[in-house]
Design a protein. Structure first.
Length: 134
């Protein structure tokens, strides 16, 4: 598909958007560094603003465990190209309506910074495992 003459499907199947083998490799890499990775449903809102309390309630009613404005569009584009996809999200804040205070991008950045070393180690191990899995 990539670099070839056949066109990828205009509407890719998203039944298994995230490759099960890559998810398993991520979980194993997490175990290697003492992290238990949890799987769940990630809902996307368009951004570039934080979700409203009503949007958070809606995606929760639909079964989502986390909500954000990244990852999903990139996943759709990669699946459209026929690429296997794996993803890890670092949950950096409580959503609107759940947090007792107004949302703050500074809080998101601080949380991400505090987890940087751990995530770097996790991603390094995941990439090594995925590279060996061919």
């Amino acid at each position: 598909m990539l670099g070839g003459t056949s066109k990828p499907p205009r509407f890719p199947d998203m039944t298994e958007a995230y490759d099960p083998a890559l998810r398993a490799l991520a979980a194993a890499a997490g175990e290697d560094v003492g992290l238990t990775l949890r799987q769940g449903i990630y809902a996307a809102c368009p951004g570039p603003q934080y979700e409203t309390p009503a949007e958070v309630r809606m995606v929760r009613m639909l079964g989502a465990h986390a909500v954000g404005m990244s990852t999903v569009l990139e996943t759709i584009a990669l699946r459209h190209m026929g690429v296997r996809v794996g993803a890890i999200s670092c949950i950096t804040n409580l959503a609107a309506g759940i947090s007792p205070r107004p949302l703050s991008h500074a809080e998101v950045e601080a949380t991400a910074r505090s987890r940087r070393a751990e995530l770097t180690t996790l991603l390094t191990g995941w990439i090594a495992r995925a590279g060996g899995a061919g």
